[in-house]
Ligand binder design. Structure first.
Ligand SMILES: [Cu+2]
Length: 107
């Protein structure tokens, strides 16, 4: 965790069951993200699942997405993403910042 007092901000978008958001998955393995560039459609809420396949925890962090959350070893976290404008939204694993980097490519 960094020293910001803020804990976890996830912008949730309300959606009803009938219009469930598409789910996209990122995995963490050997302290790298797969894929390192994940494509998402613009202007649509989405569900993002981050699966940590490593035997150590990772902190999934993205300043533009306002996400900061520890994903324990061999487990996963789910985030509801708001509808995003086209662009590139960087994320990284704060515990292995040298290798764990990626971007959401929204288009
Ligand atoms: Cu942090």
């Amino acid at each position: 965790m960094n020293r910001r007092a803020a804990a976890v901000f996830v912008f949730a978008i309300g959606f009803s069951g009938a219009a469930a958001a598409e789910t996209y998955t990122l995995t963490i393995k050997d302290h790298k993200f797969d894929p390192s560039e994940l494509k998402l459609p613009a202007d649509k809420a989405a569900t993002l699942v981050v699966k940590n396949l490593d035997g150590t925890p990772e902190e999934f962090e993205s300043k533009p997405l306002r996400i900061e959350k520890v994903v324990p070893a061999n487990s996963e976290a789910t985030f509801q993403l708001r509808a995003l404008k086209p662009g590139r939204y960087k994320f990284f694993g704060e515990f292995h910042e040298d290798s764990a980097k990626g971007e959401l490519v929204v288009e």
